[in-house]
Design a protein around this ligand. Structure first.
Ligand code: F0G
Length: 457
């Protein structure tokens, strides 16, 4: 058997910049120890996010040239609509400028004060849009997801008992919908099985509650279904995607992930009435119905991107690259979330840095160490991201304190993965010398992680 290799080659390259530890120590201090504040040329390997950071294909770039910029009736919109209809099965399409904009438009139509929205570890902007409307997001993810070393094939799954408890307590009057996030970013890029999706649909039908998807990484989710769910072993990714979405009433999408574009998003729906209501909000917040804050060329590149991201060979190279990095880290004894997720490696910072207390933000501390060590930028998925409780204003300590190393799509080489692994190992080898973390010197009311200022403890 032949070894695995990427099903693409490089046509254009972009320089990235190396620097010295001395410089990086100065830069990060100047930027209040917030990795979001760093200019990109001060970062060598940027793993802040897999969102909008991937490489487009030659076919996508050619779509950029032929995109139709008509305000209304754009051919590029029609092409995207047909593509999304074929891939997801949803009939009505509202483009938006990115995923959180889709959340804003859909939730403006559906989420009211006092509502609750159950789901599997809502993403932070999703939770932000729910809480901003004085509603609550309730996490019903299975308990197994919160044990980072436990092997379970579908750690994104929803616990049906937890979900039914929410349904019984609040009823359909207070629950506008249940949200399934595929893959589940906040619990580690972990997939949700079709079996679980079917069960959620069935239970929701009994209680008269709609089901929506947050589809940011739907294609990666379908890959895991093919690999891990017996029934789907012989199905194509496109068949699996179609079945997955057949259990939903609609979806929001950040196309910056599995759309393989640098900007874009959409809402796709089955219900025409809801489409019309959302359309009104869309026009106010995003733009006319057929472009939603995007250029015609963006719509065209997205249509092509969705075709490519739902090809098995692409997904295999994507997931295998992350597996390669994860397996290296496991070899070095570094505690990471297992099984390895779809778009990122999640390092368990509490286990990695035993001498840094939760109050001193171990995941952020590890992120800063990794930047200083090697110019690699990850992101904290921990207490800073979890924000304060909107009522008590106390820090919320999430079950997991993770440093996420998100891998951009079709962007870095295997040698970059080796570099990342060795950098982390170097820190791991001296973990007992790292005895203190950071404290917050300034933070904003909501989504504080983007702008938080920190100082050394
Ligand atoms: N839903 C999920 C699951 C996400 O991961 C994101 C973004 C969004 C919604 C919002 O989409 O950024 O296009 O407005 N996640 C990025 C990340 C930012 O780094 O994980 P957006």
């Amino acid at each position: 058997e032949l070894p695995f290799a990427e099903p693409f080659r490089i046509k254009m390259v972009e320089e990235i910049y190396q620097s010295t530890r001395e410089k990086r120590e100065k830069w990060i201090e100047e930027k209040d120890y917030n990795l979001f504040n760093l200019e990109s040329h001060k970062v060598f390997i940027d793993l802040l996010t897999d969102s909008g950071t991937g490489a487009m294909s030659d076919k996508q770039w050619s779509e950029m040239m032929t995109g139709d910029e008509s305000y209304a009736g754009s051919q590029s919109f029609l092409k995207l609509k047909e593509t999304i209809n074929a891939i997801t099965g949803f009939e009505f399409l509202l483009p938006t400028h990115q995923g959180r904009a889709a959340e804003n438009v859909l939730f403006s139509a559906l989420v009211k004060e006092g509502h609750v929205v159950p789901g599997n570890s809502h993403f932070d902007t999703t939770k932000g849009h729910i809480e901003f409307r004085k509603a609550h997001a309730i996490d019903c993810t299975i308990d197994e997801a919160f044990d980072s070393e436990l092997i379970h094939p579908f750690k994104g799954n929803i616990d049906l008992q937890k979900l039914e408890n929410v349904y019984k307590e609040y009823g359909k009057e207070q629950i506008p919908f249940t949200l399934i996030t595929v893959t589940c970013n906040s619990s580690g890029g972990q997939p949700v099985s079709i079996e679980n999706i079917r069960q959620v649909r069935e239970l929701s039908n009994q209680y008269g509650i709609p089901v929506f998807f947050d589809g940011a990484r739907f294609a990666e989710n379908a890959y895991f279904i093919k690999e891990r769910e017996e029934e789907f072993k012989h199905k194509t990714i496109k068949e699996i995607v179609l079945e997955m979405f057949s259990y939903g009433d609609g979806m929001t999408m950040s196309a910056k992930k599995d759309g393989l574009v640098n900007i874009g998003g959409f809402i796709a729906l089955n219900n025409e009435e809801l489409y019309k209501i959302c359309g009104n909000f869309g026009i106010i917040y995003e733009g006319y119905l057929s472009y939603g804050g995007l250029a015609g060329r963006d719509l065209a590149a997205l249509a092509q991107g969705l075709q490519e991201s739902t090809e098995y060979s692409y997904l295999q190279s994507r997931i295998k690259q992350i597996e390669y990095l994860g397996n290296k880290l496991i070899e070095f004894g570094i505690p990471i979330q297992q099984p390895i997720g779809g778009h990122a490696i999640f390092v368990d910072a509490v286990k990695f840095l035993p001498n840094v207390t939760r109050e001193e933000y171990p995941a952020q501390t590890l992120g800063i160490e990794l930047y200083k060590e090697a110019g690699i930028r990850g992101v904290e998925i921990g207490t800073i991201l979890a924000d304060r409780d909107p009522e008590t204003r106390e820090n919320r300590y999430p079950k997991l304190e993770l440093l996420r190393l998100a891998i951009p799509r079709r962007t870095y080489f295997q040698s970059h993965m080796d570099y990342i692994a060795v950098a982390l190992k170097n820190i791991f080898d001296r973990r007992n010398e790292i005895n203190s973390g950071y404290e917050i010197s300034w933070e904003s009311e909501i989504l504080r992680h983007f702008t938080v200022k920190l100082k050394k403890k």
